[in-house]
Design a protein around this ligand. Structure first.
Ligand SMILES: [Cu+2]
Length: 693
């Protein structure tokens, strides 16, 4: 972590001595405010509307403010949790500085957010200790929840309490079990249309805006019980849902996720110590976020996400190669904060290529740890590890990043970057040395992706900007082109005396552990499957669907016997959008990618062994060859649309249970582009589906 990292003090924690401990007041100092500056609700209401820069918000080019970290510690006995935190979901008005035209604008918005502190000694009952400091120290600033930093083998407890006051969110439908009233945009007229109640039906519509739960994205743990369980509903405390859920449908006001991150094979399986682990947990940059079907998009747009760093042997080996890397590491959560979702739709049409994008009210508002365009300072020649989490949720944030010199007369003033991991899973040494991955000087991340890079500053002082551009042309309709007028995420400033540091080579880069080699974990192959990411057949609002069906809680699922593996071909029928495919619990290897929008020579990429592991991959958009809404080009019938597709393979070992696969453009997920996944014991009947709403 960074040398100015903020670690919330835990009186019981025996933090590794090399890890420095600072208190949250360091953050207040960095922002030029005291904790007493935190505004109370009356002051919030009286705050000025739309000044150019929000109160207490750092303007662009200020030093990057690290997010507070909860760091696991050695437990007093082997069964005790290594990290136990309270995560309370609240609502507040936050002030988000964004770019409007050529200037800055302050946008007050009422959003939901995570407040974190260490749990007290009664781990099953929520009871915050007022003596403990909390994150965020200033709830009026936008940004992610606290960072969790643990190690493979650790037991984690997260006490999730839903303390949203629905009265603070009057625009929300108080009926948690029915589709919300939302505004859609009809691209054929440019006007607003009422989206609901119209043709969309439970459970695949925007609903449950104040209901929540927590997903641990990238973890290889049980999806059932208190593990990475997204089948539960946590309602605002004291507010009985109306109408009440069916009797068999459990719900909570607070829920404790409690699970152990497995050690690499041949360690015992934490669920059943009589069994050995077959796959390991990839140590890396993972994250947590809200995952209540129907409100995932809104809650991530509000900012309900944070980094979940899992350390292991890979990190030890890197630290050995580059001593001091942990101390200067940067964790960056990329978010786009907004308070309302506007969906583009077109009623009574099932034509391919209809634009359907959520654009946060027309402005992507891309922030790093809640900050607009911060600065990271390095010494000449210094190497740092940067961890990026793309916690955005919409098509417009599918961006390619690369550095460019800030001085336009010297665009070549850029650091050297080397990719070391994708989605929290290390690259093999062969891929670290591959011009398409490790040595590429640009990287592309879709919503849900993480990327780890080593950054080596140029040998002389100067400034460089990490710029970004949309992968397929300008932002889609409905999104203001702020990414074009200010196309950079952050600034790198190189100052001070030079240091001599060397990047790893392919020869000394950490080798791939055996359990990340496909053949080292034997499975029973099953026939390949194809999933079509398309629209609901006959659905008036073109809901996003898989194989023509929106998630219905009754029939839409994939089942796999434990111990099997399969190849999946994922096809994208939409010309208007990528679909970032994500599956919980088990990562996958990427074997082939077909992007029909690329020139013919680069359309079909057949990957080489060792394949890259991922848990989220953008299925390239289809190419409709310029057809209009009537399927014509220049008044003539157009050629058939060419779908984008990827081929992946995955294995379903270690954990039986119920989880989901879905598109990580999260309004697509909420409105139906999701399936349940059941990994079952082949000696018993397949269990029923679990999610109903
Ligand atoms: Cu999608």
């Amino acid at each position: 972590m960074s040398e100015n990292a903020i670690i919330i003090a835990d009186d019981d924690a025996a933090v590794t001595p090399s890890r420095r401990r600072f208190v949250v007041s360091a953050l207040a100092a960095a922002l030029g405010l005291s904790l007493a500056d935190v505004l109370d609700p009356e002051e919030l209401e009286a705050a000025p509307q739309n000044p150019s820069v929000c109160p207490a918000t750092p303007p662009p080019f200020q030093p990057l403010v690290p997010v507070a970290e909860f760091v696991s510690h050695k437990a007093s006995n082997p069964a005790a949790p290594n990290l136990s935190v309270n995560m309370t979901v609240k609502a507040a008005t936050k002030y988000v500085t964004t770019i409007a035209g050529q200037g800055l604008q302050c946008n007050p918005m009422r959003v939901r957010y995570y407040e974190g502190n260490y749990a007290n000694k009664s781990p099953l009952k929520y009871s915050p200790n007022p003596k403990l400091v909390i994150w965020p120290p200033n709830p009026t600033l936008p940004g992610p929840g606290p960072t969790f930093r643990v190690r493979v083998g650790d037991r984690i407890q997260v006490h999730l309490l839903n303390a949203i006051d629905p009265a603070l969110l009057p625009a929300t439908n108080p009926v948690e079990m029915a589709c919300d009233s939302q505004i859609g945009n009809d691209p054929s007229t440019g006007g607003n249309i009422a989206l609901y109640p119209q043709a969309e039906t439970m459970p695949s519509c925007l609903h449950g805006a104040n209901t929540t739960n927590m997903h641990f994205h990238g973890t290889h743990v049980t999806p059932d019980g208190t593990g990475d369980n997204v089948m539960i509903d946590v309602y605002p405390k004291g507010h009985v849902p109306a109408p009440p859920p069916p009797p068999h449908q459990k719900y909570w006001y607070e829920f404790v996720n409690d699970f152990r991150i497995p050690l690499p094979p041949p360690a015992p399986n934490p669920l059943d110590p009589s069994k050995k682990m077959l796959m390991g947990q990839a140590p890396g940059t993972h994250w947590y976020h809200a995952h209540k079907h129907g409100s995932v998009a809104l809650q991530l747009l509000n900012g309900m996400s944070g980094a979940f760093i899992i350390e292991g042997e890979f990190d030890d080996r890197l630290e050995h190669l580059i001593p001091g890397l942990r101390e200067t590491e940067k964790v960056m959560v990329i978010q786009q904060i907004g308070d309302q979702i506007k969906i583009q739709t077109k009623a009574d049409s099932v034509l391919p290529g209809v634009p359907l994008n959520t654009c946060a009210g027309g402005d992507p508002r891309t922030l790093v740890n809640g900050q607009l365009q911060p600065t990271i300072t390095m010494r000449p020649g210094e190497i740092q590890r940067w961890r990026f989490v793309n916690a955005t949720m919409q098509q417009v944030s599918y961006l390619t990043y690369s550095f460019a010199g800030k001085d336009s007369s010297n665009p070549g003033y850029v650091p050297v970057i080397r990719q070391i991991a994708y989605d929290g899973i290390q690259l093999a040494p062969e891929r670290y040395n591959d011009p398409s991955f490790g040595t590429s000087q640009q990287f592309t991340v879709a919503p849900g992706n993480r990327i780890d890079i080593l950054v080596q500053a140029p040998a002389t002082p100067g400034d460089s900007l990490l710029s970004f551009k949309s992968v397929h042309g300008p932002p889609p309709a409905g999104c203001q082109p702020t990414t074009m007028t200010a196309p950079y995420l952050l600034q790198l400033s190189v100052r001070g005396t030079a240091v001599q540091m060397a990047l790893p080579t392919a020869a000394n880069f950490p080798p791939l552990p055996d359990w990340l080699k496909w053949d080292s974990v034997p499975t029973t192959p099953t026939p390949p499957r194809t999933l079509a990411f398309n629209w609901a057949a006959g659905d008036k609002t073109n809901r996003p669907a898989i194989d023509g069906k929106v998630f219905d809680g009754a029939t839409t699922r994939q089942t796999f016997a434990i111990g099997t593996s399969t190849e999946l071909t994922l096809e994208n029928y939409w010309a208007s959008s990528i679909h970032p495919f994500h599956i919980h619990v088990n990562p996958f290897q990427v074997m082939e990618v077909f992007d029909p929008n690329n020139p013919p020579e680069t359309q079909h990429i057949v990957m080489q062994e060792p394949y890259i592991w991922r848990d989220t991959i953008a299925i390239p958009a289809a190419n409709d060859h310029g057809k209009d809404a009537n399927g014509q080009v220049n008044g003539q019938p157009g050629p058939p649309t060419t779908n984008g597709w990827v081929k992946i393979r995955s294995k379903f070992v270690d954990f039986m249970g119920t989880f989901v696969l879905h598109c990580h453009i999260l309004d697509h997920e909420d409105r139906g582009m999701m399936q349940e996944v059941t990994v079952y014991d082949p000696t018993k009947p397949i269990p029923a589906m679990k999610m109903h709403q």
